[in-house]
Write a protein that binds this ligand. Structure first.
Ligand code: BTN
Length: 252
C-alpha cells in the first residue's frame, strides 16, 4: 500500500509546523504506541498509521480487530489546552463523517455508522506532560468488505458508499480537517459542533437502552456533548464515557 504521507504532511504542516507523519507496517496499537511516546516525554504532534495492529483497542476495554488492507487504523497525538474537554470525541466524529460521506452517521458518543451498521470507532486518551496535556485521538475505519466474525451486528465498510477509495485516500481526506477541528475545539469547545452532530445523530428520537438498564428516548446532545435521554423519571443527561447505549430493539 502506498500511503500519501507527503501530501498529508503538506496539508497539515501550515497548521502545525513541528508535525510528523509516520507509517508502521505493524504495531500493537497506534494509540498505545503514541501514549508510550508521550509518557516518555515526546509531545510533538504526530500522526501514526499502522498497516496492521496486533492489539487494537476500542472503548470500554474492548478489542478492535482489523486485517491488513481492509481498514484504516491511525492515531494523532496533539498537545491541546481546551477550557473543557467535554464533547471532544463527538467533535472528532463530526469532523470524520463530514470529511467522508453525507450518509455516515454518529452513534453517541463516537461510533461511525452506515445504514444501520458500525463502520468505525474513535478512542481518545490523554496524558499529562509537564504542564501540557497531549490528546491521542485514535480512529479505526472499515474500508473494504470484512468478515462479521464474532460481532453481534455485521459491520459496514466505506467502499459501500465510496467505491475505489482506499485507506490512504480516506486518511488524506480526514487528516487536515481533523487537525482544524481539534484546534477549533481547543478554542471554543463542543458547542459549535452541536448542530453538526445533530445532523448526523443516529439515535435522535429513537428508543435507547443504557448499559445500566435505563430505557428512554434519545433527544439529542447538549452543548457539552451529553446525551439527553427522556425517561419515565424525566430527562437524564448521560455524560459518562463508561456508559454504552444501544438502540432498543423494536418489539415484533
Ligand atoms: C471503538 O469503537 O470502541 C473505538 C475503536 C478505535 C480503534 C482505533 S484503531 C486506531 C487506534 N488504535 C487503537 O488501538 N484503537 C484506535
Amino acid at each position: 500500500m502506498i500511503w500519501p504521507a507527503e501530501s498529508i504532511w503538506e496539508a497539515i504542516y501550515p497548521l502545525l509546523p513541528d508535525f510528523t507523519v509516520e507509517v508502521l507496517p505493524q504495531v500493537d496499537s497506534t494509540n498505545s504506541e503514541l501514549m508510550r511516546r508521550v509518557r516518555a516525554g515526546h509531545s510533538e504532534p504526530t500522526l501514526l498509521v499502522a498497516e496492521q495492529q496486533t492489539a487494537g483497542r476500542g472503548r470500554l476495554g474492548r478489542d478492535w480487530h482489523s486485517a491488513v488492507g481492509d481498514s484504516l487504523t491511525f492515531s494523532l497525538a496533539l498537545p491541546l489546552a481546551p477550557a473543557d474537554w467535554s464533547g471532544l470525541s463527538l467533535a472528532v466524529g463530526v469532523s470524520v463523517v463530514q470529511s467522508l460521506h453525507p450518509d455516515l452517521q454518529l452513534k453517541w458518543p463516537n461510533d461511525v455508522w452506515l445504514q444501520g451498521r458500525k463502520l468505525g470507532g474513535i478512542l481518545i486518551e490523554t496524558a499529562g506532560l509537564g504542564d501540557q496535556r497531549v490528546a491521542v485521538v485514535g480512529i479505526g475505519l472499515n474500508i473494504a468488505p470484512r468478515e462479521a466474525g464474532g460481532l453481534s451486528t455485521p459491520p459496514a465498510w466505506l467502499q459501500e458508499v465510496l467505491p475505489g477509495l482506499d485507506a490512504g485516500a480516506a486518511l488524506l481526506r480526514i487528516a487536515a480537517p481533523l487537525v482544524q477541528a481539534l484546534k477549533a475545539f481547543e478554542l471554543a469547545g463542543f458547542a459549535p459542533f452541536q448542530p453538526q452532530f445533530a445532523q448526523r445523530d443516529l439515535l435522535l428520537d429513537r428508543a435507547v437502552t443504557l448499559s445500566n438498564g435505563t430505557v428512554g428516548m434519545a433527544r439529542g446532545v447538549d452543548a457539552m456533548g451529553g446525551l439527553q435521554v427522556q425517561t419515565p423519571d424525566g430527562m437524564q443527561t448521560v455524560t459518562s464515557a463508561e456508559v454504552s447505549v444501544r438502540p432498543t430493539p423494536a418489539a415484533d
